[in-house]
Ligand binder design. Structure first.
Ligand code: UGA
Length: 426
């Protein structure tokens, strides 16, 4: 099928490359001319495992092309996927103005029977607004809400093996076209109205966030009572009604989606006069978790961070990604900087961050003369560093492991004062 994708960001590019790998002819429209040039040369502007390789295969076969104008992607395609940003407004609601502007722009080029697919995460009602915009420009194209559930770091894997496909539209013919586009997937398809499809996305991310905050809340109670959160969550997760996923305590959820979408859902609730106390609590617990972690670092150096050196392992919002958007690791580093500490950090991939944070090329280099080591991201390489070497390199003897990532017993055996999350360990 001929497919247009508007927006070569994270979602757009993974979708375009994935569909091309399935044999569709994909034309990508992207406003950033530099990005277009990079992609035409086969360079992916962010890190995502496997993406560059698959991109180059499909480029070689002529299945994906990149365009600085949206005209060809709109004009030549049976299906046009909108994957443009929906940045947050001041009140947390998602700004859909780019979605609407692009809809107006492509309306003049769309085929009469085209299907416009809304993949950007949008508040309920946006699909209908896109439809209104198209009609205003006399386009007869149908619109389908089709949220994505890709995780950074495993986005291609998630593309090829999705848990489900969600299609929201009142137009049966458009749904049929989408089923044809996705015929290679043998997964449950939820076909519904546009508003429900839009809400499925917000509800999914907010539920994941709620589970993480629940785990973090239990971690605080485990610390207070002398329990070990890892055993607690393991015991809880074996209940098949609950499961183990998204119950790992940490420094709080971050990234470009969970924080933004929980706030987006709260703003939607406020707009409709509907209180969402659970989602609000998930957001509040998340802020508290960050503050509690800073408190732990402060206590680990004797109560005052002024003049102390904090080594930070990990800056990305999670391992397997270079993304530092709303990264708890960066927020922690910035918080201790603000209290007068010096921060020396190592991350194998993270994009550039706050200039106050001194980046070094190796994990062991970061800990030299440090008073405390903060483990903020679960990069596998951190587990390979000899803790004995870390002990010798550091000035202090404290490790705050905000991810329960290192071997706590070994750390204690080496002489470290080890502070995990929700732990009785050491
Ligand atoms: C999330 C969702 O998982 C995807 O399904 C969704 O498509 C995506 O947002 C999106 O809306 O685009 P992502 O932001 O890539 O994906 O990250 P996750 O792997 O879900 O992690 C989010 C945050 O939660 C990270 O900071 C992670 O460290 C934290 N987390 C996750 C925990 O603290 N504990 C856990 O048990 C799991």
């Amino acid at each position: 099928m001929d497919v247009g994708v508007i927006g070569a960001g994270y979602v757009g590019l993974v979708t375009a490359v994935g569909l091309a790998a399935q044999g569709h002819r994909v034309r990508v429209g992207e406003a950033d001319a530099e990005r277009v040039a990079a992609l035409q040369a086969g360079n992916v502007p962010f890190y995502e495992p496997g993406l560059a390789e698959v991109l180059n295969t499909v480029r070689g076969r002529g299945l994906v092309t990149f365009h600085a104008s949206n005209r060809a992607p709109a004009e030549e395609s049976a299906v046009v996927v909108l994957a443009v940003p929906t940045p947050p407004n001041g009140d947390g609601s998602a700004d859909t103005s780019i979605v609407e502007a692009v809809s107006g722009e492509i309306a003049q080029y769309l085929r009469p029977d085209a299907v416009v697919v809304l993949k950007s995460t949008v508040p309920p009602g946006t699909t209908t607004r896109v439809e209104d915009v198209l009609r205003r420009y006399a386009s007869t194209a149908a619109v389908v809400a089709n949220p994505e559930f890709l995780r950074e770091g495993s986005a291609l894997e998630d593309f090829f093996a999705p848990s489900r496909i969600v299609l929201g539209s009142h137009d049966d013919a458009a749904i049929k076209v989408m089923l044809r586009l996705y015929s290679a997937f043998d997964v449950p398809v939820v076909t519904t109205d546009p508003v429900s499809a839009e809400l499925i996305k917000y509800a999914s991310n907010s539920y994941l966030a709620t589970r993480i905050s629940f785990a973090n809340e239990m971690a605080a109670l485990a610390e207070a009572t002398g329990a070990d959160i890892r055993a607690v969550m393991d015991g809880v997760g074996h209940d098949p009604r609950i499961g183990h996923d998204y119950l790992n305590p940490g420094p709080g959820f971050g990234g470009s989606c969970l924080p933004k979408d929980t706030r987006g859902l709260l703003a939607t609730g406020a707009r409709y006069g509907c209180d969402l106390p659970l989602v609000q609590a998930a957001v509040d617990v998340n802020s508290r978790q960050l503050a509690a972690t800073v408190d732990k670092i402060r206590r680990a150096v004797g109560g005052d961070l002024r003049g102390k050196t904090v080594a930070v392992w990990g800056l990305a919002f999670k391992a397997g990604s270079d993304d530092v958007r709303e990264s708890p690791a960066v927020a922690l580093a910035e918080a201790v900087l603000a209290e007068g500490a010096e921060v020396v950090a190592h991350d194998p991939l993270a994009a550039p961050v706050n200039h106050g944070i001194r980046r070094v090329a190796a994990a062991i280099e970061a800990v030299k003369e440090a008073d405390v080591l903060l483990v903020a991201t679960k990069w596998p390489e951190f587990r390979e560093v000899e803790l004995g070497d870390v002990w010798h390199a550091m000035r202090g003897d404290a490790i705050v492991d905000a991810r329960n990532w290192l071997d706590a017993r070994l750390a204690a055996a080496c002489g470290f004062a080890y502070y995990g999350i929700g732990g009785r360990i050491a």
